[in-house]
Design a protein around this ligand. Structure first.
Ligand code: NAD
Length: 427
């Protein structure tokens, strides 16, 4: 099939690689000409394990073609996937300007019988609005679909190749048949439903995962009050298959380009429809509070932060990615700098993206540098390699052997045995 993917971000580029690998002719349309030029010479746009190699071999073989011109990209496409960003507006609503501008571009060149599927996370009713935009400029017959994406940054490729489920929202038999056929080689359940239901499935999924995180964080806070251990509580809960172990890790809360914006967008969608989503509002509030609770631990341990030397391990919003969008780590660092602390930070992948957000941040080339004369080391991202650092050597370099582990990453007994003052979340 001839497929066009619009937007070469995490979702677009990964989906393009997937469909090209499945044997389709894929064009990836990106408005940023610099990104297209980088793709053409096989350069990565962001860090995602395994993706660069696959993309460059697919481009070399001609299975995947990067393009910045709508005419070339759309005119032959049988299926068009819209994968552009839907960032948050100040009021919490999803900003749909990238979606609508893609729709305008599609309208000029769409061919008869094409299916336009939205993969971006969008509020209910967006597919219908996109349809109207295209119809204003085009007389051809086309169908709309909603195919929300569930990949996780850090394991995007594996997630798209082995999805748990493929959600297909359609209002026509033609679109259903085309999309079922397109996904036929992929495992996972098919959830075929209408456009509006498919759109809300994505928000409901992310909001539920965020709820699990905020729930375990509240349990962690209570564990501190009653002197219990949240890790064991999470294990004891998670072994119940009705609950499940995933997303029960206490810490400084969720961040990233999806959970914060999607929970706010869902809440805002509820408000628009006069529904008071009490549980979701609490999930959002607890997540914000969790960072404040961590900052309070830092202040209690160090007293005044002015002039204190703080080493930070982890800048990305989670491990295995270079994405720092709404990263809890960056929010905490901004607060530390505001209070006069001197911060040196290390991240295996996200340092240069973090520097773009906080230009005065001192970034270390090696993790050991953050320990030099430090009054404390904060662990803010759960990179597994931080577990196996030479902590005995770190301790010798530090001014005070104090660790605040915002991700409950390290083993408490080991760190205490090494002679650290070790503070974590709910343990
Ligand atoms: P992104 O910001 O990384 O990428 C979007 C890309 O689209 C950018 O390269 C941008 O230049 C390009 N673009 C914007 N408007 C365009 C236009 N009119 N024509 C051509 N290109 C255009 O976004 P992302 O992280 O890939 O997310 C995309 C969507 O998928 C969002 O709605 C997001 O919520 C959703 N989503 C993201 C993830 C994730 O983990 N990142 C997972 C599932 C769903």
């Amino acid at each position: 099939m001839n497929i066009t993917i619009i937007g070469a971000g995490y979702v677009g580029l990964t989906s393009a690689a997937l469909f090209a690998k499945l044997g389709h002719k894929v064009r990836i349309l990106e408005k940023d000409a610099q990104k297209v030029a980088r793709l053409k010479i096989g350069k990565a746009l962001f860090y995602e394990p395994g993706l660069d190699l696959l993309i460059s071999s697919l481009i070399r073989s001609g299975a995947l073609v990067p393009i910045d011109d709508y005419a070339d990209a759309i005119v032959k496409a049988e299926v068009i996937f819209i994968c552009v960003g839907t960032p948050p507006r100040k009021n919490g609503q999803a900003d749909l300007s990238q979606i609508f501008s893609a729709a305008q571009g599609i309208a000029c060149y769409i061919k008869n019988g094409a299916v336009v599927a939205i993969k971006s996370t969008v509020p209910v009713g967006t597919a219908e609005r996109v349809k109207k935009i295209i119809q204003r400029k085009s007389l051809v017959h086309f169908e709309m679909a909603s195919c929300p994406e569930f990949l996780r940054e850090g394991s995007a490729l594996a997630d798209t190749q082995k999805p748990d489920r493929v959600v297909i929202g359609v209002n026509s038999e033609h679109a259903r048949k085309v999309l079922i056929k397109l996904h036929e080689k992929l495992p996972g359940e098919r959830v075929v439903t209408d456009l509006r239901t498919a759109e809300i499935i994505k928000y409901a999924s992310n909001a539920f995962l965020a709820t699990k995180i905020s729930f375990i964080n509240e349990i962690a806070n209570l564990c501190e009050a009653v002197k219990a251990n949240v890790d064991d509580v999470a294990l004891g809960m998670g072994l119940d298959p009705r609950i499940g172990k995933a997303f029960l890790k206490a810490g400084i809360g969720y961040g990233g380009s999806c959970f914060p914006k999607d929970t706010r967008a869902l809440n805002s969608m509820a408000k628009t429809h006069y529904y008071d989503f009490k549980l979701l509002k609490a999930v959002i509030e607890v997540n914000q509070l969790q960072r404040k609770i961590f900052m309070e631990k830092v202040r209690t341990a160090l007293g005044s932060l002015r002039g204190k030397k703080i080493g930070v391990l982890g800048l990305a919003f989670k491990n295995n990615t270079d994405d720092v969008r709404e990263s809890a780590a960056l929010e905490i660092i901004k607060e530390l700098l505001k209070k006069g602390a001197r911060v040196t930070a290390y991240d295996p992948q996200a340092a240069s993206n973090a520097k773009k957000v906080i230009p005065k941040l001192i970034v270390a080339k090696k993790p050991g540098e953050v320990a030099n004369n430090a009054d404390v080391i904060l662990i803010l991202t759960e990179w597994p390699e931080f577990r196996t650092l030479r902590w005995d050597v770190f301790k010798k370099k530090m001014h005070r052997p104090l660790i605040l582990d915002g991700r409950n990453l390290l083993d408490q007994k080991t760190m205490l045995a090494l002679g650290f003052e070790y503070i974590s979340m709910g343990r």
